[in-house]
Ligand binder design. Structure first.
Ligand code: C2E
Ligand code: CA
Ligand code: CA
Ligand code: CA
Length: 278
């Protein structure tokens, strides 16, 4: 095979589609993005239906690429998981999010902070130590940190993952199971692991209020959660009809564009005073 430099390859190689090339370039750009400070966090409120107030926010990462502009995490997180960069990136997310939460607390705003964790971060081994250090450095109480994990993490039977889940539980952080209902069919892990909250995937919320199947699934998830002592969050709530039907079903927490899109940290204190229409 001919040796071709990166730019030449883009021009000469007919086997690399434009999309494949874009991904390759993105992966090498990802390697320097953290140092170049191209990532930032936005926060999306989670509203407690009992009080009608925001009681927590979810941290969501954004990448401002110098040439390509904003790139969705749905695109670059899988790449970062593939090459291991999710470990330093995920640690940066945790630290920034805990810092912001601690700052809000110092302002008298006791918001809990939800942070997404990749299964790859659990396999790495040093996650407990990192979380403990970050809580210590930022001064955030462990009870204010909620880690959003997926079924893929819970299905990972490796000792490292299981041990880390239990160590983190002992630290006092909470676990929320994200995208619930979209993953594996076995639910036996629900009884074995230290969960606090289930997040109904937004694909089910999207069907409301008209799709009977979506409603049936949501009711089943809520009833399952009640009997297991979990709270339930519905994500992707976009309109008032969805709010009403989820209230009727006694869902605990709502999140979605109806309340707020993910916003910059500076905007969160203003949102806290807001009264929602429902
Ligand atoms: P997710 O954890 O399921 O996050 C919810 C996604 O739904 C977010 O997309 C959010 O902006 C979007 N969303 C919120 N409300 C609505 C709504 O009402 N309607 C619709 N259609 N969408 C809504 P985003 O921020 O693009 O993130 C996509 C995924 O990327 C996340 O899905 C999560 O899996 C991953 N992700 C984001 N930040 C991180 C991170 O810091 N670490 C890790 N490991 N993954 C992250
Ligand atoms: Ca999430
Ligand atoms: Ca989700
Ligand atoms: Ca998702």
């Amino acid at each position: 095979a001919k040796f071709l430099g990166r730019n030449n390859a883009q021009f000469y190689s007919p086997s690399l589609t434009h999309e494949a090339m874009r991904r390759l370039n993105m992966e090498s750009d990802l390697r320097r993005a953290l140092e170049a400070q191209e990532f930032f966090l936005v926060y999306q409120p989670q509203v407690d239906l009992q009080t009608g107030k925001i009681h927590s926010v979810e941290a969501l990462i954004r990448w401002r690429h110098p040439q390509q502009g904003l790139i969705s995490p749905a695109e670059f997180i899988p790449l970062a998981e593939g090459n291991g960069l999710i470990v330093p990136i995920g640690e940066w997310v945790l630290r920034m999010a805990c810092q912001d939460a601690a700052r809000w607390q110092a302002m008298g705003l006791p918001l809990a902070m939800a942070v997404n964790l990749s299964p790859v971060q659990f396999r790495n081994g040093s996650l407990t130590r990192k979380v403990r250090d970050i809580l210590e450095d930022t001064g955030l109480g462990a009870e204010f940190l909620e880690l959003e994990i997926t079924e893929t993490t819970l299905m990972d039977e490796s000792m490292t993952t299981l041990q880390t889940l239990h160590e983190l539980q002992e630290l006092g952080v909470k676990f929320s199971l994200d995208d619930f209902g979209t993953g594996y069919s076995s639910m036996s892990y629900l009884t074995r692991l230290p969960l606090h909250n289930l997040k109904v995937d937004r694909s089910f919320v999207h069907g409301l209020p008209h799709d009977a199947g979506s409603l049936a699934i949501i009711r089943a998830i809520i009833s399952l959660s009640e009997s297991m002592g979990f709270t339930v969050t519905a994500e992707g709530v976009e309109n008032l009809e969805q709010v009403k039907i989820l209230m009727q079903q006694c869902c605990h927490t709502l999140q979605g564009y109806y309340f707020s899109k993910p916003v910059a940290a500076e905007q969160i204190p203003d949102l806290l005073g807001q009264n929602w229409d429902f």
